[in-house]
Design a protein around this ligand. Structure first.
Ligand code: ZN
Length: 466
């Protein structure tokens, strides 16, 4: 009887019985891009890409491999990584969720606010996350302000922004540069939500001089959950859901928010089929989540750096995504991206690759390209009443001398966090389901890289003549 009611209680959950995760390698590495494109055309769920292979979830791996071999007329080697996604990955995950829900004595969010060991020992659902940021703000008013209801999702959930700066240090004449960070644009990438929390917690509480000086001189603006509907859906219904929850009709749901930005929208790496994971949406910037967040970004006049948190693959990706040509500020982006990789490696020895987004995978309509396109008058950064700079050191280091440049643009990165490849590290499959024991180590390696990024961007503003 009990079994029966449990099954009915969770009847809404998506299951993937018999699906496998396979690693596909063409006989010649040169055929990989064609293989990858074909997989996307076939609406295969690509979990990870590398220069040598593509990892993909398949309902029928044998049929998929055969179709690929025929279409490409080259050999394709398939190696099974996970034989049964439902049994091996999702069932243990749902058991853990149920156990969590049934627990009679979970510590409250308030109790965990001052107990980071407890808070960062697990992932948290949307309500807990929002409550946590609200409580963090109340407890650290000297450093944080919160903007509730920045906008709303398709299903009416709130978008929230959290802003960090040392209010006491702000002089009347001081113009603070802004660093923008967002997490959770892809629902299933839970480590990105957690890493945003890790950064936020340290900005709120740390007295490390790298943080206190950053907050003295700048403002960090964080949107912790870009896709609240999708995230809630991964907790209740489908753990490997990626998109938002737009109702596309005919039983199709969701737009890939990171293919929907009006930044060369629809120019490759995204799809017009509303059933697929990388559906670009009905028009550029069509989604309410992005409309709200783009308007919010527009309201920030001095953003010199933007970071979009994702998982997984351990890569640090700079513009551009839609073309292989160098961005105007390729050399500056490469310098700071490479430095972030070195910093991350120095913490726990993890290798992150620093490269152009296009070289990782062709994409269009992404946050990273859109942020980089947002140029602002250079005068926004220099607000002294007499028109002269109050920040001579910064001006000297600019890409163009300020007397020639007229606009500045943000540095912009996509950061794909751990793991490197999906696999059974320590007997536990990670991929999107990164073990919660890695929340803290990932935070520990990303925080100093983030602080370096912010500092570098503040001191080497990207400028341009317009
Ligand atoms: Zn992502």
């Amino acid at each position: 009887m009990r079994q029966h009611s449990v099954a009915r209680k969770h009847a809404h959950r998506a299951h993937y019985h018999g699906h496998s995760l396979v690693r596909l390698m063409p006989a010649h590495a040169a055929d990989l891009p064609a293989l990858h494109r074909l997989l996307l055309d076939l609406n295969a769920d690509v979990w990870a890409e590398s220069p040598a292979h593509v990892d993909v979830r398949a309902a029928d791996a044998e049929a998929l491999t055969e179709a690929l071999r025929q279409s490409l007329s080259v050999g394709v080697h398939a190696e099974t990584i996970v034989a049964d996604v439902e049994k091996q990955l999702l069932a243990p995950y749902w058991r853990a969720i149920d156990k969590r829900a049934d627990a009679t004595s979970r510590p409250s969010v308030a109790a965990q606010l001052h107990d980071p060991k407890s808070w960062f020992a697990e992932y948290h659902d949307l309500n807990e996350i929002y409550e946590w940021y609200q409580l963090l703000t109340v407890t650290h008013k000297d450093r944080i302000t919160i903007t509730r209801n920045v906008g709303f999702s398709h299903e009416g959930r709130e978008l929230m922004a959290v802003r960090f700066t040392n209010h006491a240090s702000t002089k009347a004449t001081q113009i603070k540069k802004q660093i923008y960070v967002q997490g959770g644009i892809h629902a299933r990438e839970w480590i990105s939500h957690s890493t945003a929390q890790y950064i936020a917690y340290h900005l709120a509480t740390s007295n490390d001089t790298a943080i206190t000086t950053l907050l003295d001189e700048a403002e960090v603006v964080l949107v912790p959950v870009v896709n609240p509907d999708g995230y809630a859906y991964t907790w209740t219904t489908d753990r490997i859901w990626r998109k938002n929850r737009r109702n596309n009709g005919h039983g199709a749901f969701g737009v890939d928010l990171n293919r929907n930005y009006p930044a060369h929208w629809g120019e490759g790496g995204s799809f017009t089929n509303p059933f697929v994971d990388k559906y670009m949406g009905p028009s550029a910037g069509s989604e309410p989540e992005l409309q709200a967040l783009m308007a919010f970004f527009d309201s920030l006049p001095r953003v010199v750096a933007a970071l979009d948190l994702h998982s997984f693959s351990q890569v640090i990706l700079r513009p551009l995504g839609w073309t292989g040509e160098d961005a105007v500020h390729e050399s500056q982006h490469k310098t700071v991206g490479d430095a972030m990789a070195r910093i991350i490696k120095s913490v726990h020895g993890k290798d992150y690759v620093s490269e152009k987004l296009f070289d990782f995978v062709l994409t269009s309509g992404t946050a990273t390209d859109w942020f980089y396109m947002q140029s602002r008058p250079l005068t926004n950064l220099f607000g002294a009443a007499d028109g002269k700079s109050n920040d001579v050191a910064t001006m000297k280091k600019m890409a163009l001398p300020p007397e020639h440049a007229t606009v500045f643009r943000p540095y912009s990165f996509t950061l794909e966090l751990r793991p490197l490849h999906p696999g059974f590290g320590d007997g536990f499959f990670d991929g999107f389901m990164l073990d919660p024991s890695e929340i803290v180590p990932v935070g520990e390696e990303v925080l100093p890289a983030f602080l370096h990024f912010a500092r570098f961007a503040m001191e080497n503003v990207l400028t341009e003549v317009r």
